[in-house]
Design a protein around this ligand. Structure first.
Ligand code: FAD
Length: 487
């Protein structure tokens, strides 16, 4: 690696989340002198958190723990069908306060491990708000109001995203977002969740399984960018769990009543009809936005699009020595492993003569709704658009997980869809799976897809009995055949 003595640091990383930390640690491993700056702007409800970014504090980790809590509650009820004797099953309820305490303890111990790791590795960490002075100089505003300046040869922006609030009266005063939910002190009660993306559906899923009355408000359609057949299956599975959908509606105003309840005024956007209802909690899940305001990017003229930084395939911005990784970059999947690998590979290119770039194609992803959904590769719509309907084969399978049989759980939403080319060695373009343990099921198939999986190899692979994953190797029935896909 090159030592650049005229700067305080070889690399300054702004943002101590998934991407920033991965980049800082890899650069340090490769011998670079590293500064990592992280600052969390408190939410309107004055919640803030420690190092680790969104995933650790208000994203993947608390979300997955809440999802696990929800599945466990469900499993208690299923257990009676397997011979377990549970006295007064109806008395089993969730203690929200205990759950929050456990989740927050886990987060705090992760914050501590990260801080210790940075200290042990001799990576300088500053808890302060960074902004550009010029392309090599960063101003850090400390909590006590003092300011420090540091120079770096390379600057990496990894500042992530923050939730959006709708521009309506009462939104910030009375609503919360996923940035507040995982540390929210009181049980949410009757909850309205506004939004049509994965955060909305996942939060609705675990809150419903905790026993709360949940309504999701959607302006147009659910999961606009997902495979639409799969989006509908997920929506129906949530409805079957008792989640109500208000579609197509938009919120107009939130007011607090004397009782403490929230009165929400909303409108049917097609019929232009106004309605109201009261809730205990309103959660905005209406999208996330790059928070670039504090960074003073005007000082270095960084190119943006949609509040995200424009980068090339080496994560370089329009300024020679400034790079960006993670959610803040335009056109990249907004996922932790993507941010982590982008950060690591960037450090390797900068400090170890590597030319290895991240392949953003075929990144698998999971939706942690009560019935999980995972996919890798293309949606049916994208495959049709790219290859033409006559050139693709869509295989599907309405399978029944064995574990659903004794408790007689609903199997109609357990569905697999595989999209392949009809020619070109029947190359697989996409795999979609709804069912238990979806993320774990999809991980191996995503490796296979990256190795060039085709339909012949898949259907000649012997399954692992008695797993649900083996159903993917038995998804032979084509949509074109018109045969019943129920296995
Ligand atoms: P972040 O992790 O957001 O880190 C950016 C850091 O920079 C933050 O700490 C921020 O406060 C700090 N910062 C901002 N501005 C400044 C500044 N001026 N100075 C200093 N510091 C600054 N992804 C998955 O892969 N799987 C999941 O299951 C999943 N679930 C999610 C659930 C929820 C509810 C949410 C919100 C997200 C979820 N994600 C999930 C997405 C995942 O959390 C993000 O993709 C990931 O955290 C992005 O990492 P990042 O490094 O780009 O940004």
């Amino acid at each position: 690696m090159t030592i650049i003595p005229q700067f305080d640091f070889d690399i300054i990383v702004i943002g101590g989340g998934s991407g920033g930390l991965a980049c800082a640690k890899e650069a340090n491993e490769l011998g670079a002198k590293v500064l990592c700056i992280d600052y969390v702007k408190p939410t309107p409800k004055n919640n803030s958190w420690g190092i680790g970014g969104t995933c650790v504090n208000v994203g993947c980790i608390p979300k997955k723990l809440m999802h696990e809590a929800a599945l466990l509650g469900d499993a208690i009820h299923d257990a009676t069908f397997y011979g377990w004797q549970i006295p007064n099953e109806e008395d089993i309820t969730l203690n929200w306060k205990n759950l929050i305490t456990e989740v927050q303890n886990q987060i705090k111990s992760t914050n501590w491990v990260i801080r210790v790791e940075l200290r042990t590795k001799n990576i300088k960490y500053i808890n302060g708000k960074a902004s550009f002075i010029d392309s090599h100089t960063i101003r850090v505003k400390m909590k006590d109001g003092s300011e420090v300046k540091y120079t770096g040869h390379y600057i990496v922006v990894a500042v992530g995203l923050r939730p959006l609030y709708p521009n309506i009266p009462g939104a910030r005063e009375y609503g919360i977002t996923s940035d507040d939910l995982f540390s929210w002190p009181k049980p949410p009660g009757k909850t309205l969740i506004v939004g049509a993306g994965y955060i909305s559906m996942e939060c609705a899923g675990f809150l419903r399984l905790f026993g709360f009355d949940i309504t999701i408000m959607v302006r147009e359609k659910v999961f606009r960018n997902f495979d639409q057949q799969m989006a509908n299956i997920i929506t129906d599975s949530l409805k079957e769990r008792g989640i109500k959908f208000l579609m197509p509606y938009q919120p107009l105003e939130v007011k607090q009543l004397e009782t403490g309840h929230l009165l929400v005024k909303y409108e049917n956007v097609k019929l232009h009809k106004m309605e109201t209802d009261t809730f205990d909690t309103v959660i905005w899940a209406t999208g996330r936005k790059g928070d670039l305001e504090d960074l003073n990017i005007e000082a270095v003229n960084l190119k943006t699009n949609d509040n995200l930084l424009v980068v090339n395939d080496e994560e370089r911005t329009n300024v020679e020595n400034i790079y960006a990784v993670g959610d803040i970059t335009k056109g990249r999947p907004q996922l932790t492993p993507v941010a982590v690998m982008a950060g690591r590979f960037l450090a390797q290119r900068l400090f170890s003569h590597s030319s290895h770039k991240l392949n953003y194609e075929n990144v698998a992803s999971t939706l942690f709704t009560p019935l999980e959904y995972a996919f890798v590769g293309m949606s049916e719509e994208t495959a049709i658009q790219k290859y033409g309907e006559e050139n693709i084969e869509v295989y599907h399978n309405n399978y029944s997980p064995l574990e659903f049989s004794l408790p007689e759980k609903v199997v109609e939403f357990c569905y697999i869809k595989i999209i392949s080319q009809r020619e070109n060695q029947k190359s697989i373009l996409g795999i979609h799976y709804v069912g238990p343990n979806a993320g774990n099921v999809m991980q191996g198939f995503s490796v296979a897809l990256n190795c060039g999986l085709n339909a012949d190899i898949l259907f000649n692979t012997v399954g692992v009995n008695v797993t649900n994953a083996q159903e993917i190797t038995r998804t032979y029935i084509t949509k074109r055949s018109g045969l019943d896909p129920t296995s």
